[in-house]
Design a binder for this molecule. Structure first.
Ligand code: SP5
Ligand code: ZN
Length: 363
Protein backbone atom coordinates (compact mmCIF):
# COMPACT_ATOMS: atom_id res chain seq x y z
CA UNK A 1 0.00 0.00 0.00
CA UNK A 2 1.39 3.43 -0.96
CA UNK A 3 0.02 6.79 0.18
CA UNK A 4 1.43 9.72 -1.79
CA UNK A 5 -0.50 12.69 -0.47
CA UNK A 6 0.81 14.94 2.35
CA UNK A 7 -0.59 13.84 5.72
CA UNK A 8 -0.70 16.52 8.40
CA UNK A 9 -0.07 15.41 11.98
CA UNK A 10 0.27 16.99 15.42
CA UNK A 11 1.48 15.17 18.55
CA UNK A 12 -1.03 17.06 20.69
CA UNK A 13 -3.82 14.93 19.18
CA UNK A 14 -2.78 12.07 21.48
CA UNK A 15 -3.16 14.14 24.65
CA UNK A 16 -6.94 13.84 24.79
CA UNK A 17 -8.02 10.90 26.94
CA UNK A 18 -11.78 10.97 27.52
CA UNK A 19 -11.29 8.23 30.10
CA UNK A 20 -14.56 6.53 29.18
CA UNK A 21 -18.10 7.57 28.35
CA UNK A 22 -21.31 7.90 30.31
CA UNK A 23 -24.15 5.98 28.66
CA UNK A 24 -27.57 5.71 30.31
CA UNK A 25 -25.97 7.20 33.40
CA UNK A 26 -23.25 4.55 33.69
CA UNK A 27 -19.59 5.28 33.04
CA UNK A 28 -17.96 2.63 30.89
CA UNK A 29 -15.02 2.31 28.51
CA UNK A 30 -14.85 4.27 25.26
CA UNK A 31 -13.55 3.28 21.83
CA UNK A 32 -12.37 6.84 21.04
CA UNK A 33 -8.91 6.24 22.54
CA UNK A 34 -5.52 7.98 22.01
CA UNK A 35 -4.15 4.84 20.39
CA UNK A 36 -6.35 5.56 17.36
CA UNK A 37 -3.99 8.38 16.40
CA UNK A 38 -0.90 6.20 16.83
CA UNK A 39 -2.40 3.38 14.78
CA UNK A 40 -3.30 5.65 11.89
CA UNK A 41 0.04 7.43 12.00
CA UNK A 42 2.09 4.24 11.91
CA UNK A 43 0.02 2.87 9.01
CA UNK A 44 0.62 6.12 7.09
CA UNK A 45 4.36 5.90 7.78
CA UNK A 46 4.44 2.25 6.66
CA UNK A 47 2.64 3.25 3.46
CA UNK A 48 5.36 5.82 2.76
CA UNK A 49 3.13 8.85 3.24
CA UNK A 50 4.85 12.24 3.57
CA UNK A 51 4.08 13.30 7.16
CA UNK A 52 3.82 17.05 7.53
CA UNK A 53 3.75 18.83 10.91
CA UNK A 54 0.72 21.06 11.50
CA UNK A 55 1.29 24.81 11.56
CA UNK A 56 -0.13 26.68 14.52
CA UNK A 57 -3.27 28.41 13.29
CA UNK A 58 -4.59 30.14 16.41
CA UNK A 59 -8.30 30.34 17.21
CA UNK A 60 -9.32 32.49 14.22
CA UNK A 61 -10.24 29.60 11.89
CA UNK A 62 -12.35 27.92 14.60
CA UNK A 63 -14.15 31.17 15.43
CA UNK A 64 -15.18 31.42 11.76
CA UNK A 65 -17.62 28.54 12.32
CA UNK A 66 -18.12 28.33 16.11
CA UNK A 67 -19.70 30.53 18.77
CA UNK A 68 -16.97 32.07 20.86
CA UNK A 69 -18.79 30.88 23.97
CA UNK A 70 -18.22 27.24 22.96
CA UNK A 71 -14.54 27.88 22.25
CA UNK A 72 -14.09 29.75 25.54
CA UNK A 73 -15.88 26.95 27.42
CA UNK A 74 -13.61 24.26 25.93
CA UNK A 75 -10.53 26.35 26.71
CA UNK A 76 -11.42 26.91 30.36
CA UNK A 77 -13.71 24.19 31.71
CA UNK A 78 -11.03 21.67 32.73
CA UNK A 79 -9.19 24.17 34.94
CA UNK A 80 -12.49 25.26 36.47
CA UNK A 81 -13.53 21.65 37.08
CA UNK A 82 -10.23 20.99 38.88
CA UNK A 83 -10.50 24.17 40.94
CA UNK A 84 -14.09 23.37 41.93
CA UNK A 85 -13.06 20.22 43.78
CA UNK A 86 -15.46 17.96 41.85
CA UNK A 87 -12.63 15.48 41.24
CA UNK A 88 -12.60 14.70 44.98
CA UNK A 89 -16.24 15.35 45.82
CA UNK A 90 -18.27 13.63 44.42
CA UNK A 91 -15.27 12.01 42.69
CA UNK A 92 -15.67 12.78 38.98
CA UNK A 93 -12.31 13.05 37.17
CA UNK A 94 -13.78 14.15 33.84
CA UNK A 95 -16.11 16.98 32.82
CA UNK A 96 -19.63 15.50 32.40
CA UNK A 97 -22.88 17.45 31.83
CA UNK A 98 -25.64 17.54 34.41
CA UNK A 99 -28.44 19.87 33.21
CA UNK A 100 -29.10 20.26 29.48
CA UNK A 101 -30.23 23.56 27.96
CA UNK A 102 -32.77 21.86 25.64
CA UNK A 103 -35.15 23.85 23.40
CA UNK A 104 -38.03 22.77 25.65
CA UNK A 105 -36.43 24.26 28.75
CA UNK A 106 -35.51 27.50 26.98
CA UNK A 107 -38.83 27.97 25.15
CA UNK A 108 -37.22 30.46 22.78
CA UNK A 109 -35.34 32.50 25.41
CA UNK A 110 -31.54 32.73 25.06
CA UNK A 111 -29.79 30.86 27.88
CA UNK A 112 -27.45 32.60 30.32
CA UNK A 113 -23.98 31.23 30.94
CA UNK A 114 -24.40 29.09 34.07
CA UNK A 115 -22.56 30.34 37.16
CA UNK A 116 -22.03 26.87 38.67
CA UNK A 117 -19.12 24.97 37.13
CA UNK A 118 -21.14 21.71 37.12
CA UNK A 119 -23.93 23.38 35.14
CA UNK A 120 -21.68 24.78 32.40
CA UNK A 121 -21.20 21.51 30.42
CA UNK A 122 -24.93 21.15 29.65
CA UNK A 123 -24.95 24.63 28.10
CA UNK A 124 -22.39 23.57 25.46
CA UNK A 125 -22.50 19.76 25.24
CA UNK A 126 -25.47 17.74 23.97
CA UNK A 127 -24.67 14.28 25.29
CA UNK A 128 -23.04 12.47 28.22
CA UNK A 129 -20.60 10.54 26.01
CA UNK A 130 -18.08 13.28 25.30
CA UNK A 131 -15.95 13.77 28.40
CA UNK A 132 -13.26 16.41 28.95
CA UNK A 133 -9.98 15.77 30.76
CA UNK A 134 -6.59 17.44 31.29
CA UNK A 135 -5.29 17.08 27.71
CA UNK A 136 -8.52 17.64 25.82
CA UNK A 137 -8.10 21.33 24.95
CA UNK A 138 -4.51 20.83 23.73
CA UNK A 139 -5.63 17.96 21.49
CA UNK A 140 -8.59 19.94 20.16
CA UNK A 141 -6.23 22.76 19.17
CA UNK A 142 -3.86 20.24 17.57
CA UNK A 143 -6.70 18.77 15.51
CA UNK A 144 -7.80 22.22 14.32
CA UNK A 145 -4.20 23.02 13.36
CA UNK A 146 -4.04 19.80 11.29
CA UNK A 147 -7.29 20.62 9.46
CA UNK A 148 -6.30 24.23 8.75
CA UNK A 149 -2.82 23.24 7.56
CA UNK A 150 -4.28 20.58 5.24
CA UNK A 151 -6.76 23.14 3.84
CA UNK A 152 -4.01 25.72 3.34
CA UNK A 153 -1.84 23.24 1.44
CA UNK A 154 -4.72 22.61 -0.96
CA UNK A 155 -5.43 26.34 -1.23
CA UNK A 156 -1.73 26.71 -2.17
CA UNK A 157 -2.07 24.17 -4.99
CA UNK A 158 -1.55 20.68 -3.53
CA UNK A 159 -4.08 18.35 -5.24
CA UNK A 160 -4.98 16.34 -2.13
CA UNK A 161 -4.12 16.34 1.59
CA UNK A 162 -5.10 14.43 4.72
CA UNK A 163 -5.45 15.79 8.26
CA UNK A 164 -4.97 13.22 11.05
CA UNK A 165 -7.42 14.92 13.38
CA UNK A 166 -8.17 13.58 16.84
CA UNK A 167 -10.52 14.11 18.57
CA UNK A 168 -12.99 13.92 15.67
CA UNK A 169 -15.31 16.84 14.94
CA UNK A 170 -18.22 16.16 12.62
CA UNK A 171 -21.00 16.15 15.25
CA UNK A 172 -20.21 19.69 16.47
CA UNK A 173 -22.59 22.52 15.51
CA UNK A 174 -21.93 26.24 15.84
CA UNK A 175 -22.44 26.15 19.59
CA UNK A 176 -22.86 22.54 20.75
CA UNK A 177 -20.43 19.63 20.91
CA UNK A 178 -20.95 15.91 21.45
CA UNK A 179 -20.61 12.49 19.82
CA UNK A 180 -16.93 12.28 20.93
CA UNK A 181 -16.33 15.61 19.12
CA UNK A 182 -15.29 19.07 20.43
CA UNK A 183 -14.68 21.46 17.48
CA UNK A 184 -15.71 20.71 13.89
CA UNK A 185 -12.36 20.22 12.13
CA UNK A 186 -13.88 19.48 8.70
CA UNK A 187 -16.23 22.49 8.82
CA UNK A 188 -13.29 24.68 9.87
CA UNK A 189 -11.35 23.39 6.83
CA UNK A 190 -14.31 24.12 4.53
CA UNK A 191 -14.67 27.67 5.86
CA UNK A 192 -10.92 28.16 5.54
CA UNK A 193 -11.04 27.14 1.87
CA UNK A 194 -13.86 29.64 1.28
CA UNK A 195 -11.85 32.41 2.93
CA UNK A 196 -8.84 31.42 0.82
CA UNK A 197 -10.86 32.01 -2.35
CA UNK A 198 -12.81 28.84 -3.22
CA UNK A 199 -16.18 29.89 -4.68
CA UNK A 200 -18.06 26.69 -3.88
CA UNK A 201 -16.97 24.00 -1.44
CA UNK A 202 -18.55 20.59 -0.85
CA UNK A 203 -18.20 18.87 2.52
CA UNK A 204 -18.93 15.17 2.00
CA UNK A 205 -19.22 13.04 5.12
CA UNK A 206 -18.64 9.29 4.83
CA UNK A 207 -18.33 8.55 8.55
CA UNK A 208 -20.89 5.88 9.52
CA UNK A 209 -22.81 8.47 11.57
CA UNK A 210 -24.71 11.48 10.19
CA UNK A 211 -22.63 14.64 9.77
CA UNK A 212 -25.06 16.78 11.73
CA UNK A 213 -22.47 19.41 12.60
CA UNK A 214 -21.67 20.60 9.09
CA UNK A 215 -25.34 20.31 8.16
CA UNK A 216 -26.19 22.76 10.95
CA UNK A 217 -23.23 25.10 10.42
CA UNK A 218 -23.80 25.53 6.67
CA UNK A 219 -27.62 25.12 6.74
CA UNK A 220 -28.25 28.61 5.33
CA UNK A 221 -25.06 28.89 3.27
CA UNK A 222 -25.57 28.14 -0.44
CA UNK A 223 -21.80 28.27 -1.07
CA UNK A 224 -20.96 25.24 1.03
CA UNK A 225 -22.75 22.05 -0.01
CA UNK A 226 -23.04 19.42 2.69
CA UNK A 227 -23.79 15.74 2.16
CA UNK A 228 -23.67 12.65 4.33
CA UNK A 229 -24.03 8.89 3.88
CA UNK A 230 -24.73 7.22 7.22
CA UNK A 231 -26.56 4.48 9.04
CA UNK A 232 -30.24 5.37 9.22
CA UNK A 233 -30.94 7.26 12.46
CA UNK A 234 -34.58 6.15 12.07
CA UNK A 235 -33.34 2.59 12.75
CA UNK A 236 -32.09 3.72 16.19
CA UNK A 237 -28.60 5.05 15.53
CA UNK A 238 -26.66 8.12 16.69
CA UNK A 239 -27.34 11.07 16.38
CA UNK A 240 -30.94 9.73 16.59
CA UNK A 241 -32.82 12.97 15.84
CA UNK A 242 -31.19 14.25 12.62
CA UNK A 243 -29.98 12.79 9.32
CA UNK A 244 -33.25 12.28 7.44
CA UNK A 245 -33.45 12.85 3.63
CA UNK A 246 -36.00 15.66 3.99
CA UNK A 247 -33.35 17.87 5.64
CA UNK A 248 -32.36 19.74 2.48
CA UNK A 249 -31.05 23.11 3.70
CA UNK A 250 -32.46 26.38 5.02
CA UNK A 251 -34.27 29.18 3.24
CA UNK A 252 -31.98 30.53 0.55
CA UNK A 253 -29.99 27.27 0.56
CA UNK A 254 -32.67 24.68 -0.27
CA UNK A 255 -31.09 21.70 -1.99
CA UNK A 256 -27.59 22.33 -0.63
CA UNK A 257 -27.75 19.55 1.99
CA UNK A 258 -28.10 15.89 0.99
CA UNK A 259 -28.68 13.09 3.49
CA UNK A 260 -28.39 9.48 2.34
CA UNK A 261 -29.29 7.14 5.21
CA UNK A 262 -28.60 3.42 4.74
CA UNK A 263 -30.21 0.45 6.47
CA UNK A 264 -28.12 -1.35 9.11
CA UNK A 265 -26.19 -4.15 7.42
CA UNK A 266 -25.64 -2.22 4.18
CA UNK A 267 -22.39 -3.21 2.44
CA UNK A 268 -20.20 -1.98 -0.41
CA UNK A 269 -22.79 -1.71 -3.20
CA UNK A 270 -25.31 0.65 -1.53
CA UNK A 271 -22.57 2.59 0.29
CA UNK A 272 -20.56 3.21 -2.90
CA UNK A 273 -23.73 4.08 -4.83
CA UNK A 274 -24.50 6.69 -2.17
CA UNK A 275 -20.95 8.03 -2.38
CA UNK A 276 -21.35 8.31 -6.16
CA UNK A 277 -24.48 10.39 -5.56
CA UNK A 278 -22.60 12.66 -3.14
CA UNK A 279 -19.80 13.22 -5.67
CA UNK A 280 -22.33 13.97 -8.42
CA UNK A 281 -24.15 16.35 -6.02
CA UNK A 282 -20.83 18.20 -5.63
CA UNK A 283 -20.35 18.38 -9.38
CA UNK A 284 -19.95 22.17 -9.64
CA UNK A 285 -17.76 22.60 -6.54
CA UNK A 286 -14.13 23.67 -6.90
CA UNK A 287 -12.87 21.80 -3.86
CA UNK A 288 -14.00 18.87 -1.71
CA UNK A 289 -13.62 18.37 2.02
CA UNK A 290 -14.16 14.74 2.98
CA UNK A 291 -15.10 13.92 6.56
CA UNK A 292 -13.53 10.46 6.59
CA UNK A 293 -14.73 8.10 9.26
CA UNK A 294 -13.91 4.49 8.58
CA UNK A 295 -16.48 3.25 11.10
CA UNK A 296 -18.71 2.04 8.24
CA UNK A 297 -16.33 -0.95 8.18
CA UNK A 298 -17.91 -4.38 8.62
CA UNK A 299 -15.72 -4.96 11.68
CA UNK A 300 -16.25 -1.64 13.44
CA UNK A 301 -17.73 -1.84 16.96
CA UNK A 302 -19.66 1.46 16.66
CA UNK A 303 -21.77 0.97 13.55
CA UNK A 304 -23.78 -1.77 11.81
CA UNK A 305 -22.74 -0.85 8.26
CA UNK A 306 -20.71 -3.55 6.50
CA UNK A 307 -18.25 -1.92 4.12
CA UNK A 308 -15.16 -3.99 3.15
CA UNK A 309 -11.58 -2.79 2.73
CA UNK A 310 -12.10 -3.06 -1.06
CA UNK A 311 -15.08 -0.76 -0.56
CA UNK A 312 -12.88 1.85 1.12
CA UNK A 313 -10.32 1.53 -1.69
CA UNK A 314 -13.10 2.11 -4.24
CA UNK A 315 -14.23 5.15 -2.23
CA UNK A 316 -10.83 6.79 -2.72
CA UNK A 317 -11.08 6.27 -6.47
CA UNK A 318 -14.62 7.67 -6.60
CA UNK A 319 -13.54 10.80 -4.71
CA UNK A 320 -10.55 11.26 -7.03
CA UNK A 321 -12.91 10.86 -10.00
CA UNK A 322 -14.58 14.18 -9.15
CA UNK A 323 -11.46 15.93 -10.39
CA UNK A 324 -11.37 18.73 -7.81
CA UNK A 325 -8.70 19.04 -5.09
CA UNK A 326 -9.55 17.18 -1.89
CA UNK A 327 -8.93 17.81 1.81
CA UNK A 328 -9.58 14.63 3.80
CA UNK A 329 -10.24 15.11 7.52
CA UNK A 330 -10.23 12.16 9.95
CA UNK A 331 -13.44 11.45 11.88
CA UNK A 332 -14.42 8.10 13.47
CA UNK A 333 -13.22 4.51 13.03
CA UNK A 334 -12.76 2.35 16.10
CA UNK A 335 -11.48 -1.07 15.03
CA UNK A 336 -7.89 -0.56 16.16
CA UNK A 337 -6.62 -3.56 14.19
CA UNK A 338 -7.78 -2.28 10.81
CA UNK A 339 -8.16 1.45 11.39
CA UNK A 340 -4.84 2.50 9.88
CA UNK A 341 -5.10 0.21 6.86
CA UNK A 342 -8.65 1.37 6.09
CA UNK A 343 -7.58 5.03 6.14
CA UNK A 344 -4.65 4.23 3.82
CA UNK A 345 -6.98 2.32 1.48
CA UNK A 346 -8.99 5.51 0.88
CA UNK A 347 -5.95 7.80 0.62
CA UNK A 348 -4.14 5.52 -1.86
CA UNK A 349 -6.61 6.52 -4.57
CA UNK A 350 -5.95 10.25 -4.25
CA UNK A 351 -3.55 12.09 -6.56
CA UNK A 352 -0.14 13.30 -5.39
CA UNK A 353 1.52 16.59 -6.25
CA UNK A 354 4.94 17.87 -5.27
CA UNK A 355 5.71 17.27 -1.57
CA UNK A 356 5.23 20.61 0.18
CA UNK A 357 7.72 22.14 2.56
CA UNK A 358 6.08 23.22 5.79
CA UNK A 359 7.63 24.39 8.99
CA UNK A 360 5.70 23.90 12.18
CA UNK A 361 5.53 21.77 15.28
CA UNK A 362 7.91 18.84 15.23
CA UNK A 363 6.39 15.41 14.91
C1 SP5 B 1 -17.06 10.63 15.51
C2 SP5 B 1 -18.01 9.51 15.71
O1 SP5 B 1 -17.92 8.49 15.03
N1 SP5 B 1 -18.88 9.66 16.69
C3 SP5 B 1 -19.85 8.64 16.90
C4 SP5 B 1 -20.38 8.70 18.25
C5 SP5 B 1 -21.45 7.68 18.42
N2 SP5 B 1 -21.51 7.23 19.75
C6 SP5 B 1 -22.80 6.72 20.03
C7 SP5 B 1 -22.80 5.83 21.19
C8 SP5 B 1 -24.13 5.19 21.35
C9 SP5 B 1 -24.21 4.34 22.57
N3 SP5 B 1 -23.47 3.13 22.44
C10 SP5 B 1 -23.51 2.34 23.63
C11 SP5 B 1 -22.15 1.90 24.00
C12 SP5 B 1 -22.12 1.42 25.41
N4 SP5 B 1 -20.80 1.54 25.95
ZN1 ZN C 1 -18.91 7.84 13.36
Amino acid sequence: MTVRIPCVVDDRCRLHDPGGEVWVGVRGPTTEVPEREARIRSALAAAGAPLVPARESGLGPALAVHDEGLVRYLATIWDEWLASGLVDDPGQDRVVPYLFATPGLLAGVAPHEPRAVWARPGRWCFDTMTLIGPGTWDAVQGAVACAVTAADLVADGTPATYALTRPPGHHVTRDAHGGSCYLNNAAIAAARLRSRGAARVALLDIDAHHGNGAQAIFWDDPRVLTGSVHVDPAAGWFPHVLGWPEEVGGEGAVGTNLNLPLAPGSGDAPWLAALDRLVTFADDCDVLVVALGVDASQDDPESPLAVSSDGFRAAGRILAGHGAPVVVVQEGGYDLKQLGALVCSVLEGLPAGATPVVSGRAT
